[in-house]
Write a protein that binds this ligand. Structure first.
Ligand code: MLT
Ligand code: ZN
Length: 454
């Protein structure tokens, strides 16, 4: 099958308005947010609804066209772009993007926009491949910062209890739907848990039910300075114990805070900056400020600097120092984004060792660290090495694994870590992954380049 035949086939079943082929329009779908990963595709498909998704998937399966589901294209591990590297055939990848919203609402469950889809062709012969995308995708320029939704600062990961139901289209066009919204439902395999975090390899998710957490009327944010990460982690442990209203515990370092401040003019409340900064937020139906400040007073010399904000503008400024790290680092070049969790008690040692490790690499590189220290999760960002040079990636992830950590806390495996999955997963686990994948997608058309190396 040539690219022209592939595009015509999709147009025949979906209509021309659903199939994007203009190279200028497609350009934003085939490069990821970081700029590190690039691919090619003859078309992007933008389905109107789940029936369009089913039609597109069935056609792609019948014609052995691989499909890469794509949502906001904000993944950080090369998981949602079409690549020709390991397509099922030489003609490359296609993209399916699905971001319509459902109008169904209930007090507890919210159908959320699904993630989108990409793909690649199997058994064809020409150049690149097609993609499918949604009705109401925001312009790519509007996406200023990655929000992979693989994890977040308030509720951890998407693959958590917050995702309570999914609707998904399988490659044969059939639809599985588990959206009853029951708090307890132990009736066999946990499909929301299986599909969430599966990197578009099992099905195309078209709707999700999220468990909502009521917002609290009172909030307080504290930015704390510490001499080193070890001390900051001890402070974090005390806060977790003493502040029942604690909602977030984030950590970053003086170099990152300075970069954010210089890049965006965000005011830093301390001069000089302490080496490590801890950001804590507490929230409740009653004002948690007294509880938080009492806990801070008990910390003594462990905290060298502190700033507390209760008003929305002040809280926003303190959060900006943490939240804008990703954008600020992106302004320094294409970062090698590595995302690890360490067991409790090993994070501070990892921080020292990873800095020494990155410092030993040529060319000289900068290493920015920040993350969800309350979860033992550090984002290691290395700027300097060529984007195609994977040596530093491997070295950092091997270090994390050797210390009992995970090579992907929240961002996933994608293509970036596909060849390193064995650092964390046994041959038996990888074989099981393949079996699960095959059960869902016997033709092997869904996002074939990610997760598991053949
Ligand atoms: C974050 O925690 O800000 C996100 O995971 C994005 C990133 O790691 O750059
Ligand atoms: Zn994160």
């Amino acid at each position: 099958m040539t690219n022209d035949e592939l595009v015509q086939g999709l147009v025949d079943v979906l209509g021309a308005e659903r199939v994007l082929t203009d190279p200028d329009v497609i350009a934003s779908y085939v490069t990821d947010w970081t700029g590190r990963y690039r691919g090619t595709t003859p078309a992007v498909v933008r389905p109107r609804d789940r029936d369009d998704v089913a039609t597109a998937l069935r056609w792609c399966r019948d014609h052995r066209v691989a499909v890469v589901p794509q949502g906001g294209n904000t993944g950080l591990v090369g998981d949602r772009f079409p690549s020709r590297a390991r397509s099922c055939c030489p003609c490359g990848d296609s993209i399916t993007s699905t971001t319509w919203t459902s109008s169904r609402r209930s007090s507890t469950w919210v159908p959320a926009p699904p993630s989108a889809v990409f793909g690649s062709t199997c058994g064809a012969s020409a150049s690149t491949s097609p993609s499918i995308s949604p009705r109401a995708t925001p312009p790519r320029s509007a996406v200023s910062s990655p929000r992979t939704r693989a994890g977040c600062t308030c509720c951890g990961m998407d693959r958590c209890a917050q995702v309570a139901g999914v609707e998904a289209v399988l490659t044969d066009g059939s639809i599985v739907r588990t959206m009853r919204g029951l708090v307890k439902d132990n009736t066999g395999y946990d499909l929301p848990g299986l599909l969430t975090g599966s990197e578009g390899t099992l099905a195309v998710v078209t709707e999700v039910a999220l468990r909502l957490i009521p917002d609290h009327p009172y909030r307080v944010v504290a930015l704390l300075g510490c001499a080193d990460l070890e001390t900051a982690l001890a402070v974090a442990r005390r806060l977790r114990h003493d502040v029942s209203a604690l909602e977030a515990l984030e950590g970053f370092f003086a170099d990152g805070a300075t970069l954010v401040s210089d890049s965006f003019g965000v005011v830093v409340p301390f001069d000089p900056l302490p080496p490590v900064l801890l950001l804590a937020e507490a929230a409740g139906a009653r004002d948690p400020t007294d509880q938080l400040t009492a806990a801070l007073n008990d910390l003594g010399d462990a905290v060298t600097d502190s700033a507390v904000a209760v008003d929305p503008a002040g809280r926003k400024t303190l959060w900006a120092l943490r939240d804008r790290h990703t954008e600020a680092i992106a302004g320094q070049g294409i970062a090698h984004k590595l995302d690890v969790t360490l067991p409790p008690g090993r994070l501070a040692l990892f921080e020292r060792e990873v800095r020494a490790l990155v410092g030993s690499f040529e060319p000289p590189s900068r290493c920015f660290l920040f993350g969800h220290v309350g979860d033992g999760n550090l984002h290691v960002n290395v700027v300097g090495p060529d984007p195609d040079d994977r040596r530093v990636d491997r070295a950092v992830l091997e270090l994390a694994a050797s210390m009992g950590g995970s090579i992907s806390a929240e961002h996933g495996i994608g293509t970036a870590k596909r060849d390193l999955l064995a650092l964390n997963r046994s041959p038996e686990e990888r074989a099981l992954f393949r079996s699960i994948r095959h059960a869902f997608d016997p033709a092997g058309i869904l996002n074939p380049n990610v997760l598991i190396a053949d």
